[in-house]
Design a protein around this ligand. Structure first.
Ligand SMILES: N[C@@H](CCC(=O)N[C@@H](CS)C(=O)NCC(=O)O)C(=O)O
Length: 405
């Protein structure tokens, strides 16, 4: 039987996927990004009431400073609206509005605040202080630690080690040693209070660090062969990663490793020296994340297919200039992927699905392979879906890819 007849329709796939995930996004037709996450507390806002916070953030959701503010808004359950700013072409109204012209900025009850640290502190002041310790002494310590994140040289040492364009081994060893000294300081700071966080409860200090430690932990293994996670020198930092990972708000706002890796290559032109980190198996096998990924793909299929036809190179396989067969093959393979996300159990698919091959089968499989490889690396978390769903998506694409020939 032809594979065409065994894969469900988009409508069937979408319906099943939606039943298995509570993740929902708003559509933004004709805009970039084409969808946006819905803040988890938006339902708390009475109808016809403006959200108390308007967050200005980057279109691609790559900015670690914006992530800090989003993380705090989710932790504090403050309903907010988002205005996306294209950093490659900032609108004049934005550069007129914000003196630094950088993102993030926010309007809190209509008042402009910019600089991520200042926005975080303003949110504490205006919406009740839930992310700073009540104890006055500890409160002072936390505020000092917040200042230290920006002034201690940790960020500079980390990003210099990661991005400095050199292959000189002495220079790299020095950059590594300087960064390790900063990580040692963090390790010591984490020892000061019981529990895994910088002070005795989860706080703004953790939020200030998390997007940066996350990006460095994802990128250093691939671009410098250096590991923070699993490194015995940093048991407290590793326990801190574990603790942050338990927080639902963090899962809404974080990027996945591959988004971070690809970003570094595309945005800063860095060359990887190592293999990508393995995909997180728990995320790849999670029924909810797989359903979220399938829901996103089914809901956004028209844009995805349009993007693949335009940008992946599949057009070259059109026979006599007729793109319709290529389009059909792309559509089929994306449905196959959505189907596998919903109905597969994460196990490898049997290989060689085309069986006795003729040249049409081979072209269909080639188009499918190109399309899947393209979308696998095209999706970006949390811009298009949550980090967990993106991991499930990439893992499923790999399994389906491996089954094509
Ligand atoms: N110190 C600022 C840093 C913000 C920042 O560097 N934002 C970057 C994006 S990650 C930006 O707006 N870049 C655009 C530009 O440089 O024009 C903060 O904490 O908010």
């Amino acid at each position: 039987m032809s594979i065409q007849n065994t894969v469900s329709s988009w409508e069937q796939l979408f319906e099943i996927a939606q039943k298995n995930t509570s993740a929902r996004r708003v559509r933004r037709p004709g805009q970039s990004p084409s969808t946006a996450p819905i803040p988890s507390s938006l339902h708390k806002l009475p109808p016809d009431t403006a959200a108390p916070v308007l967050l200005y953030r980057d279109t691609n959701s790559w900015c670690p400073f914006c992530e800090r503010v989003w993380f705090a808004l989710e932790e504090k359950e403050i309903p907010f609206e988002t205005e996306f700013i294209d950093l490659t072409n900032k609108p004049k109204w934005y550069t007129d509005l914000v003196p630094t012209t950088l993102v993030p900025a926010a309007k809190i009850h209509g008042e402009l605040v910019y600089e991520s640290k200042d926005i975080l502190l303003a949110l504490e002041e205006r919406f009740g202080s839930s992310l700073l310790p009540d104890d006055p002494e500890e409160n002072v310590v936390a505020r000092q630690l917040i200042e230290d994140v920006e002034t201690s040289g940790f960020l500079g040492a980390g990003y210099k080690f990661l991005r400095e364009s050199t292959s000189d081994s002495n220079e790299l060893a020095n950059l590594q040693a300087a960064f390790e000294a900063k990580l040692d300081e963090i390790e010591q700071a984490l020892a000061k209070y019981p529990g895994p966080y910088f002070v005795s409860t989860f706080s703004l200090v953790d939020i200030m660090y998390s997007p940066h430690l996350d990006r460095l932990a994802a990128n250093l293994p691939v671009y410098r062969g250096y590991h923070i996670k699993g490194n015995e020198r940093y048991p407290r930092i590793n326990a801190w990663f574990e603790a942050i990972n338990q927080r639902p708000a963090y899962h809404r706002v974080k990027s996945d490793n591959i988004t971070n890796n690809l970003l570094l290559r595309r945005r800063f032109g860095l060359e990887p020296i190592g293999n990508p980190l393995p995909l997180d198996a728990a995320d790849s096998q999670s029924i909810q994340y797989r359903a979220e990924a399938a829901e996103r793909l089914s809901d956004n299929r028209e844009a995805a297919i349009g993007d693949i036809l335009k940008n992946s190179g599949v057009q070259a396989l059109a026979v006599d200039g007729d793109i319709s067969a290529v389009q059909e093959a792309v559509d089929l393979h994306l449905r196959l992927l959505a189907d596998y996300l919903i109905n597969g159990n994460g196990a490898p698919l049997p290989g060689g699905r085309t069986g006795g091959k003729n040249s049409t089968d081979t072209i269909v499989a080639a188009v499918g392979a190109i399309a899947l490889a393209y979308v696998r690396n095209r999706i970006c978390a949390p811009r298009d879906m949550s980090a967990g769903a993106a991991t499930a998506f990439r893992s499923a694409a790999d399994k389906v890819l491996a089954s094509l020939y």
